[in-house]
Ligand binder design. Structure first.
Ligand code: F3S
Length: 401
């Protein structure tokens, strides 16, 4: 790989050991993908996981003196003050979160603890070269905003934030951003939840860049968020196109770069129904709690829930996960008060795949997000998956029909 003098100096340690370490990793990644050079980035998002390996890496860079040149936003762990004040987290796990916080603070990250930065806190422009990790974030910034990032891991995105560069390969290059799978959606797409289910079709769609046709003219930001999150729960996708909607797919021909699709896939209502049967517990049962916000909910979604439950009492706990920005807006707008009075909680900075949910072990929840149902299984928490309004109704009555 050809390095500029500045990049070579980073590699040689002239900018300190931590930067040299990050650059060494990036050069190795670049060489393994056949990159010819490094290019500067203007933004980064690090999918920190608040788990041992992630913390080990962040502390290793920090202790070697690294500091981010491009301050990245970061993913949620769990909100220490919320869970500690309710005695819901052990000292061991509280310590892990505190150390994660300290490490990323020391590295100079933006401590946003939110997995949907592409909606309001770290939004790239068309064509910007960036380094984003996180399952829903990478496809959103590539596909919807037309920015350019590879599907970074938390560690490689952190290295990019430290050096300010990424190796140029993959989705950074025009020729690799064309679609190769035509996905004709015949299923009825009625609401944002249906895009969760469409995203769960990764096995049927197969590897590559899908080009969707047959979708409605208007698609909400929440639906696009859901689609990307689930494409990377059921498969591995850095990008997709929606013909006549996403910026690099004004026409079918443009989406495929003038080539024929390698594969054609049709998605029907039956496909979505069959998938739901595989990933959800059966309905017609009592539930113990409801959980929303994986990926983090928008203010509009929080408002929707508040309007549905205003003046009522929830029979079951309701956890709504979101960013601290949205939580603050919800407090100012009185939505938090409505939800709290009904017996629910708006929890900032927190992910369902965290050790703060120990009290839900062995319980059955309801959620509108297959991703929310997928990760906590390893913590002994299982879910019925339904559309949002059915979930809200279940939290009010205590059962799902
Ligand atoms: Fe976000 Fe955690 Fe879900 S990072 S997408 S809330 S698994």
């Amino acid at each position: 790989m050809r390095l500029t003098q500045e990049q070579q100096d980073m590699l040689d340690g002239k900018y300190g050991k931590g930067t040299a370490y990050a650059m060494k990793i990036q050069v190795a990644i670049g060489e393994s993908f056949g990159a010819e050079r490094m290019v500067p980035i203007t933004r980064a998002h690090v999918a920190l996981s608040n788990q041992e390996a992630d913390l080990w890496f962040a502390e290793k860079l920090l202790n070697a003196g690294a500091r981010c040149r491009v301050a990245p936003t970061v993913n949620p762990g769990f909100c220490l003050s919320f869970f500690q004040s309710r005695d819901m987290v052990s000292p061991e796990y509280a310590d892990l979160m505190q150390r994660t916080h300290n490490a990323y603070k020391g590295l100079g990250a933006v401590l946003s603890y939110n997995c949907t930065p592409y909606i309001d806190t770290n939004v790239p422009n068309y064509g910007e070269i960036i380094a984003f990790s996180e399952s829903s974030a990478t496809p959103y910034v590539n596909s919807v905003w037309g920015a350019r990032t590879n599907r970074e891991g938390a560690n490689s995105a952190l290295c990019a934030a430290v050096t300010g560069f990424v190796p140029e390969y993959g989705l950074l290059l025009d020729e690799n951003r064309k679609g190769n799978i035509l996905v004709e959606v015949q299923a009825e797409m009625k609401n944002d939840y249906d895009y969760h289910m469409l995203g769960m079709m990764g096995k049927k769609i197969g590897n590559g860049i899908p080009v969707f046709t047959g979708l409605p003219k208007h698609i909400s930001k929440e639906a696009l968020r859901n689609l990307g999150a689930e494409l990377n729960t059921s498969g591995a996708y850095g990008m997709y196109h929606i013909v006549g909607f996403t910026p690099e797919a004004p026409t079918l021909e443009a989406a495929f770069g003038g080539k024929e699709p390698e594969r054609k896939v049709v998605i029907t209502n039956d496909d979505l129904q069959e998938e739901l049967k595989k990933i959800s517990l059966e309905g017609n049962r009592q539930i113990d709690f409801a959980m929303f916000g994986c990926p983090h909910f928008t203010l509009e979604e929080v408002k929707h829930i508040a309007e549905r439950i205003e003046g009522k009492k929830l029979r079951k706990e309701m956890w709504i996960l979101t960013s601290s920005h949205v939580k603050e807006m919800a407090v100012r707008m009185g939505l938090d008060e409505i939800i709290t009075q009904a017996g629910g909680f708006i929890v900032p900075d927190t992910c369902p795949d965290q050790p703060c949910w120990g009290h839900l072990n062995g319980k059955v929840g309801i959620t509108e997000s297959p991703k929310c149902a997928y990760y906590p299984q390893r913590r002994g928490i299982h879910f019925v998956i339904r559309d949002l309004d059915t979930c809200i109704e279940a939290a009010l009555t205590g059962e799902v029909k």
